[in-house]
Design a protein. Structure first.
Length: 735
């Protein structure tokens, strides 16, 4: 049912004070609200001595009549009074005749209503559930129940009892209700046996379950640290953790070294790798240990790149070049830009790169104009919504995110566009290609129809993608791949201190700041300035950066600090990391707003942390909290409202401040960059260059001078393990 608000407040629970943490045991009297996906619910719980309480949270599909033991914290709803926000709960089999009757008549069994349920319980009393489980034929003693209905009742209640017992068993190991439900949905009645047999397989079988959770369950069962099951689970954890860092694979020695941090013996780890390989959980190829999906992605990309380069593309009609619109688009181009346009007319695959101010956008416009004149169907795409909108604005042609272009189908859990159903386009042009990881590249290349052209546009000096692999960099290192690099900085762009500062960084030089603004000068729009605000102490720098965002930038430039400014830092944690800065900025920029679950407030800027194909939102998408909804929040993202139930909110984080990696593909009017020696592990030119080039009009760098010097002097980016470049070369050689 979906009533939006509970009726009159129930009698208070028999507690000295309705506040703080509490554990209640009671029977579900009614469901006041349940979210569409069935995860969040507001329940009226009957307690001892006739008292009642309203409980809210991820209460699954708890039905009237069921007994629950719930633990949570009391909150006072402004309209409906005290409610217990549930943190964990355990279902229990009802033991009283009244509880059994409510459960039986709750609609759990088709065609069994409250009246028939009361007759059944009147006949068998508190033994009703035992009769259903052990002697269902006796149900025929009740008028209106035949053999078929009796069997249906037995099947439903046997499954329900197994679910209750399984979830109670799982939560006994500290597994939360949401995860217990997920395990039950995956393994059913076999869940307890599966968890007892090898809890580490949970990390392999269930998305979102990691080694640390499995390890906690294993330790609760007494599994030793050197147990082969734990060693295998840890080895897989180390590999998948490396994938999170951007690696497509790991050399065995590197994997063993990393596993040593978990106090695991190297020989045991090598044995575990053999066992994981034997059951297909990992694959050893070219001297590297791969998760099978990433190995398949690398092989697919290599074969399809080779095929794309070998394909004969349709020759553009000469008349297209003579059209007035094409001539106007070509007129301002320099030789390198014209070479890029010409390459797209002759080649099946072209890579176009260049830094800020080198005319990539102008070149892309000319490419689109030429192919439109040739009556080619043009598809423009980018990895993020922001990048797609920018591409559309720059070209005057519609652009989509790659995921939307490939048409993800939630029901089937796959892209609709693939080799069997390719994209309906003669030219596929993808901007911000440095962000494309190897798995997304595999899907994209598979969907390019034979004979179509693929143009990848990006900046080779930016950070590699958040996901695994370095596709753009690997393509640029293969001699046979047609590529054009734009290097001439146009005069208008060269006037920007941001553009000059970006190239200073690439040359290993500290950027030259703009001249200080006169005190008392009237606010004006920024025009490409770059400023440095020194501060040596990390905690003090966080406070100073907050003042820069909340006071200085709005006062000097008239910029809305919540909508027009993006704070970037190298790392998430620490006294000068994104997490701490988000706390400070939320307090400074959104004080007193209506607060919802996980501390989110109406008006907060938030970011999606991982791809969610069902909600059609993706890693790095940014939105604003519109309202606090029942059991969650509604967020305005990309022109539409997206609802997050409470148990889905771990996919959101505050986005006043974000890591530089998360900002790839995005562009902002103003970037305030926090840089400090406490970030030293991550400081390098690519990171600083990427951060600076995210800004259109103003960059303010807050931090200590030594951090800036470390960043510009560190040209090396941490190596990512994989074999895509070699595979592409081999695939081309094999042809």
């Amino acid at each position: 049912m979906h009533r939006r608000s509970p009726p009159e407040a129930p009698a208070q629970p028999p507690l000295a004070a309705v506040e703080g943490d509490a554990t209640l045991r009671g029977t579900v009297r009614s469901v006041l609200y349940r979210s569409a996906d069935g995860r969040y619910a507001v329940l009226r719980l009957g307690l001892e001595q006739g008292a009642e309480a309203v409980v809210t949270g991820a209460l699954g599909d708890a039905a009237p009549g069921e007994c629950l033991r719930v633990t949570g914290r009391w909150e006072r709803h402004p309209t409906h009074g005290p409610q217990l926000r549930v943190v964990s709960w355990v279902p229990e089999v009802p033991t009283s005749a009244g509880g059994i009757a409510r459960l039986l008549g709750s609609g759990l069994v088709k065609d069994i209503g409250p009246k028939l349920a009361e007759r059944i319980v009147a006949r068998f009393g508190a033994a009703t559930l035992d009769v259903i489980a052990d002697a269902p034929a006796r149900l025929a003693e009740v008028d209106g129940i035949g053999a078929r209905r009796a069997e249906r009742i037995r099947e439903v209640f046997t499954q329900r009892r197994a679910e209750i017992e399984s979830r109670s068993f799982l939560q006994g190991f500290g597994i939360g209700p949401a995860l217990a439900r997920k395990i039950w949905e995956r393994f059913g009645a076999e869940a307890p046996a599966f968890v007892r047999g090898n809890p580490y397989r949970l990390a392999e079988e269930l998305p979102g379950v990691g080694f640390l959770t499995a390890d906690r369950i294993a330790k609760a069962q007494g599994i030793a640290d050197d147990d082969p099951r734990r060693v295998a689970g840890a080895a897989l954890y180390v590999l998948l953790d490396a994938v999170e860092e951007g690696h497509a694979a790991l050399p065995p020695d590197e994997l063993v070294d990393r596993a040593a941090r978990l106090s695991l013996d190297g020989d045991r780890v090598r044995e575990a790798l053999g066992e994981l390989a034997a059951r297909g959980t990992v694959t050893v190829d070219r001297g590297l240990v791969f998760p099978p999906p990433l190995l398949a992605a690398e092989r697919s990309v290599a074969q399809r790149v080779a095929a794309q380069l070998r394909r004969t593309t349709e020759v553009l009609p000469a008349a297209a070049l003579g059209e007035a619109a094409v001539q106007r688009a070509l007129e301002p181009l320099n030789a390198a830009q014209r070479a890029a346009v010409d390459a797209t007319a002759r080649q099946g695959l072209v890579v176009l790169t260049g830094g800020p101010g080198t005319g990539k956008t102008t070149t892309v416009r000319a490419i689109v104009t030429l192919h439109a004149a040739a009556k080619h169907r043009v598809l423009l795409a980018a990895p993020t919504g922001r990048a797609a909108r920018r591409l559309s604005e720059a070209t005057g042609h519609p652009a989509l995110t790659i995921h939307r272009a490939l048409e993800w189908t939630p029901r089937l859990k796959r892209f609709a566009r693939d080799a069997e159903s390719p994209l309906d386009a003669d030219l596929v042009l993808v901007d911000e290609a440095s962000m494309i990881d190897v798995q997304l590249a595999a899907h994209l290349l598979a969907a390019v129809r034979p004979g179509a052209r693929l143009v990848l546009v990006g900046d080779a000096d930016q950070l590699p993608p958040v996901g695994p692999g370095t596709v753009l960099a690997d393509l640029l290192r293969v001699p046979e791949v047609p590529k054009v690099r734009l290097t001439e900085v146009f005069r208008q762009a060269a006037a920007s201190a941001i553009v000059r500062g970006a190239y200073d960084v690439l040359r290993g030089t500290v950027p030259t700041p703009s001249a200080p603004r006169p005190r008392g000068a009237a606010p004006r729009e920024p025009a490409g300035e770059l400023y440095l605000v020194p501060c040596d102490d990390a905690a003090e720098a966080a406070q100073k950066l907050t003042r820069v965002v909340a006071e200085n930038v709005p006062g000097s430039f008239g910029v809305d600090p919540r909508r027009g400014v993006q704070v970037l830092v190298p790392t998430h944690r620490g006294p000068f990391g994104a997490q701490r800065l988000n706390e400070l900025l939320q307090a400074a920029l959104n004080p007193g707003a209506a607060r919802g679950p996980r501390g989110l407030c109406v008006g907060d800027k938030v970011m999606q942390l991982r791809n969610d194909y069902d909600r059609d939102v993706f890693n790095g998408d940014v939105g604003v909290v519109d309202r606090i909804a029942d059991g969650g929040v509604a967020v305005h993202i990309d022109g539409r409202e997206v609802l997050y139930e409470e148990d889905a909110l771990d996919a959101l984080t505050l986005a006043y401040a974000a890591t530089v990696h998360k900002a790839q593909g995005s562009e902002y009017d103003v970037v305030v960059l926090g840089l400090h020696t406490s970030h030293f592990v991550l400081l390098n030119r690519a990171l600083l260059y990427t951060a600076i080039t995210r800004a259109r009009r103003l960059v303010v760098i807050v931090g200590n001078a030594r951090a800036l010097e470390l960043a510009v002097s560190t040209a090396r980016v941490v190596q990512r393990f994989g074999a895509l470049q070699e595979r592409i070369a081999d695939a081309l050689g094999a042809g």
